[in-house]
Design a protein around this ligand. Sequence first.
Ligand SMILES: C[S@@+](CC[C@H](N)C(=O)[O-])C[C@H]1O[C@@H](n2cnc3c(N)ncnc32)[C@H](O)[C@@H]1O
Length: 220
Amino acid sequence: MTIVREIEEFFGARYESTPRYWWDVPHAYSVSPDDHGASLMAQQVLRHAIARGPGRAIDLGSGEGADAIRLARLGWDVEAVELSAAGARKIRQFAAENGVQVTVHQADIVEFEPEGLFDLVVCNGVLHYVPDKLTVCRKMQRMTRPGGVNAVSLWSDFSPVPAVHQVVPTYPDAEQGVVVSAYADWPKSLLYFERNRPEVGHSDAPPHVHSHIKMIARKV
Ligand SMILES: C[S@@+](CC[C@H](N)C(=O)[O-])C[C@H]1O[C@@H](n2cnc3c(N)ncnc32)[C@H](O)[C@@H]1O
């Protein structure tokens, strides 16, 4: 089985197993940054989106669509790309339940080619499932309008991949690795190496920690 197929099956099974896998909390779609203290990236994406005002956004590896739907609730024109069919279906369902429109593509972000340029590209919690991060980083950079930003979060290799996640191939990056190097020339409003943080976004596993690279960078 290919890596992409393994990842698709892994997440598909989780998204099918429960009505809401990620952030099963009442404030999941709140557009108030203060409601997302448990997720630095969700919080910072909202702060940026509110300060800038509506534009065109794309959420790569959108999962069940939390970031995409919050942006759409703020009036952004949003596209979401998600590998798993179950995830793509839930993004459409949750967007409809929230009264917003999100254009959903079921696709591999390595292959996907969007139309036009975006003011905000979000890739939250995805690149540690992608061996060829540089291809995706260059693609995100190409699809960004000058002045637009990329908001990227992925596992760093500061801590080992928890046993509970060692069921599909994963590719954490070094803190000064491929992703940060690819953005060396982009001014950053956020570059944070979050270390050994307890996971709180999903509750189907024993307690474990992750280390992350969290970055918001602007195309000049
Ligand atoms: C940890 S989840 C994060 C979901 C969402 N971004 C969030 O923050 O709630 C990772 C998601 O990335 C998706 N994914 C992984 N590799 C992908 C790829 N090559 N193309 C598209 N989606 C991918 C998975 O299916 C999964 O839904």
